[in-house]
Ligand binder design. Structure first.
Ligand code: CA
Length: 226
């Protein structure tokens, strides 16, 4: 398990790094916000959890948290900060931090929260559908393509889920209607084409290879770009 410590206070860094190492965790350290952003850019997928101080030189902790959430939405971020202002806590949790600890904290409590956050991460990956760089979070009902968040209306979400559960397969309009709309549609309506159109515009973004294709006379297909 790799833990990224983003903290500018050298005493806290060495306290955390030593303590975590003794517990069997590997650590990587960024001592300012810009370092943290660069590190995640290069080796974000190797990091399992982040301990993030909010008051940082360079890019501040809020910017760092937002960027992590966009690029690596399933990476748990635990905020460690001297600020015990309720507003800061609410902001951090709303912005997607999994937990919040105010300094000074007991190391045992930190360890317990790290274990809880890592368990949460394992649960979260069980609730995702992934096709190439397209990912759908089944709990939060948000999709991501590359590092970009895609907000979906409820019907778009159900449609995308159905397509992602059946990648590479041609799905007819009737199949899609039956799965996504059940009985809630007008016979002969073009609702499938309309919603596939909305979804295509969202996931076939400029600069990215198209993933959702019409198959003439047959229906639609979600393909994995080569
Ligand atoms: Ca600080």
């Amino acid at each position: 398990m790799n833990i990224l410590i983003v903290e500018d206070d050298q005493r806290i860094v060495s306290f955390l790094a030593k303590g975590l190492k003794a517990e069997g965790y590997a650590t990587v350290v960024a001592t300012d916000g810009d370092d943290a952003l660069a590190l995640v850019e290069v080796s974000g997928s190797e990091i399992d959890l982040v301990l993030l101080d909010l008051g940082l030189p360079g890019a501040d902790g809020r910017t760092v948290l937002r960027s992590f959430r966009e690029r690596l939405p399933s990476l748990p971020v635990l905020i460690l900060t001297a600020r015990d202002d309720v507003k800061d806590k609410v902001w951090g949790l709303d912005a997607g931090a999994v937990d919040y600890l105010t300094k000074p904290f007991a190391f045992d409590e930190l360890l317990a929260r790290i274990r809880a956050a890592l368990r949460g991460r394992n649960d979260a990956t069980a609730h995702q559908l992934v096709v190439a760089d397209l990912r759908l979070d089944l709990l939060t009902k948000v999709a991501w393509r590359g590092g970009r968040r895609i907000d979906l209306a409820p019907r778009e979400w159900t449609l995308l889920e159905y397509l992602m559960r059946n990648p590479q397969q041609v799905l007819s309009r009737t199949q899609i209607l039956n799965h996504v709309w059940e009985y809630d549609f007008e016979p002969g309506s073009n609702v499938v084409d309309v919603y596939v159109g909305y979804l295509r515009r969202k996931i076939n973004a400029p600069g990215l290879e198209a993933m959702l294709h019409a198959v003439r006379g047959a229906g639609y297909r979600l393909v994995q770009p080569q």
